[in-house]
Structures are given as C-alpha cells and as structure tokens.
Design a protein around this ligand. Structure first.
Ligand code: A3P
Length: 320
C-alpha cells in the first residue's frame, strides 16, 4: 500500500516538473484555464456589462493579438497610431478577463476603467466564443478574430512560456522542453486551448454572422495593407483616407512596433508580475516552425488539426 502511494507521489511529482506552465491548468466547459483565474473569469462573465457598440479583438494565445490590437487601436483613435508610442499595446487595449483577474492587484482599477471608458470601447479577450459574457453575443458586438497556423502558434507559445511562468508566479522558470509542451499542445491542454476548438469556436459563427470578422495571421502577413482597409471597413471608419490606411499599416509593422521605445523598454503589469513588452515581439514571421519541427511533429499536428479544419471548410497557410 505504502509502496503504491510512493509510486503515485513520485509520478505526480514527475508530472508537476514536466508541466509546461509550472502550474496545472484546469478544464472548464471544454477549455483550459489558469486555476487561480477561473473563478474571476466566471465572475466576469456574469458581471461584465457590454455595450452594443463595443469592439473586441479576439484570439487564442500567440496568434498575432498584439499586431491586431495595434491596428484596430490606430484605426479607432483620432491620433491614428501616435497612441502606440505612448503605451504598450496591451495597456492600450484592455483584456476583459485580465481586468477582473487583476482587481485586487497593482492595476486594480482596470475593470473600473473599462466600465468608465467612453463609447465605442475597444477591448480584447482570449476567451473562446462559447465562454464570452453572454451580453457580448446577444447584443451582436463587433468581434475581430485572428487565427494562426498551429505550427507557428506552437513555437511562439513555447518560446513565450518563461514569460507566462513569471505571470503565474511559478517557483521555477526553468526552460520547458519542446517535446513536453508539444505533447500538451497536441492533447489540447494549452492555455485557452484546445487550439483547434478555440479557432473553430469563432470560425463557425463567423460564417453566419456579419458581426464577426475572421482573419488569419498568414493572410495579414501576405497583404497587411488590404487587411487594414478591410478592418477599417468592418468598423465603418469611412473617414480614413488611403494615406491614413497606409500610415497605420506601416506604423503597425513588426519592424516599426518592435523598435518603439515603449515596446523595447516598457513593461506590462499582470497580477503581481511584470512582463517586458519586448517579449510580445519575437520574429513575426510565417514558417519559423520549420526551424523547430521534426517530420514526426509535423505529421502529428497535421493529424490533430487538419481533419477538423477541413471538415469546417477552414484552410490555414503554413508558408507564404
Ligand atoms: P512569433 O513568436 O512567431 O515571433 P500575440 O500577440 O498573440 O501574443 O502573438 C505574438 C506573435 O505575434 C509573435 O510571433 C510576435 O512576434 C508576433 N507579432 C507581434 N507584433 C507583430 C507585428 N506587428 N507583425 C507581425 N507579427 C507580430
């Protein structure tokens, strides 16, 4: 009996060491969350008061949220991109679940700030469509979702794990083995994952509902200018000139954003940890997965995602 217990304890310690996030994620309604934040996310769902003219940037982890936020913030701001020089993108566009999670923390008044923001508000969320506060969907708020191919998303997420471990205040920030994280990712146990279900949770309704604009990182990289125009049309910003659109596109490029002082040297506060803004800008390319994937990894991820995406009529690009 004692021997069995010891084996179990040893096994669970081994699992804990191999946990890519340094904490066990918890599953709720089919998606994975940071345990400490789940209660706050649930409270937020019932307390968040949406307004019909709210605009949401929606995304899974590491799919181009920062880029999309910068573009939409520039389109909706009268100063057209100058705002990007003043604040890090994630302090410019608040994430609704972060605001509730952080309530008693250093950026404690974020949810009050959101409640007092003038309309139209620009906000963001990593929640899957099914977990959104119900008012957002019932009022038909405009949502812009950015998807990215799973291989580049995986690499970007894996490289971002040390920053996440700091946010989660784990005791160790030891590097996480690619294999361990790949296993979790393919099994669906990644933050706000499973990856496939998150993407489809927005893709499916976007095919019927005109209030959801579904974009992909790869298409945006291939032709960012036409996407800035598309987003501006979706938001009904008819006053923007062609020159404005070009300016916003260039100011939001990887090269331009990543070299702004606020993004090279600034920090964003999460709970009681700071994340260096530069960690939101790594390579900004399509196809970096080729530098990290073995043929076996590639086949496994194809198996996990491709059938489901193809059935749903979704085809993501892996190179340009
Ligand atoms: P890589 O890690 O592949 O470089 P998110 O903002 O959702 O966390 O996604 C981060 C990814 O978007 C990172 O990808 C980051 O480099 C990339 N990124 C950030 N700003 C970008 C921009 N202006 N243009 C293109 N990619 C950008």
């Amino acid at each position: 009996m004692q021997a069995t217990l010891n084996i179990c304890l040893n096994m669970s310690m081994a699992l804990a060491r191999e946990n890519p996030y340094g904490i066990e994620l918890v599953e709720h309604d089919g998606f994975f969350y940071q345990p400490r934040s789940l209660k706050d996310v649930m409270n937020m769902k019932t307390q968040f008061k949406a307004r019909k003219d709210d605009v949401f940037v929606c995304s899974g982890m590491k799919t181009g949220t920062t880029w999309l936020k910068a573009i939409v913030a520039s389109i909706m701001s009268e100063s057209k991109s100058h705002v990007l020089k003043e604040k890090g993108v994630h302090d410019l566009v608040y994430n609704i679940e972060r605001s509730y999670i952080s309530r008693s923390m250093p950026n404690a008044n974020t949810s009050t700030i959101i409640a007092e923001m003038p309309s139209p508000r620009l906000l963001s969320t990593h929640l899957p469509y099914s977990a959104l506060p119900p008012q957002i969907t019932s009022l038909g708020c405009r949502m812009i979702y950015i998807a990215r191919n799973p291989k580049d998303t995986f690499v970007s997420h894996w490289k971002y794990l040390p920053a996440l471990q700091a946010v989660f205040n784990t005791e160790t920030t030891a590097p996480v083995s690619k294999e361990v994280f790949f296993d979790s990712f393919c099994n669906g146990a990644s933050l706000f994952g499973p990856f496939v279900d998150h993407v489809l949770s927005f893709w499916n309704p976007s095919r019927r509902q005109s209030n959801i604009l579904f974009l992909t990182y790869e298409d945006m990289k291939a032709d960012s200018l036409s996407h800035v125009k598309k987003i501006s049309d979706f938001l009904g910003q008819s006053s923007l000139t062609e020159e404005d659109i070009r300016y916003i596109d260039s100011q939001c490029s990887f090269q331009s954003l990543s070299t702004l002082d606020v993004n090279k040297n600034g920090k964003t506060t999460y709970k009681n940890a700071n994340v260096n803004n530069r960690s939101f800008y790594r390579k900004g390319e399509v196809g970096d997965w080729k530098n990290h994937f073995t043929p076996e990894m590639s086949s496994r991820i194809n198996l996990v995602v491709e059938n489901k995406f193809q059935e749903a009529g979704l085809f993501l690009k892996y190179e340009l």
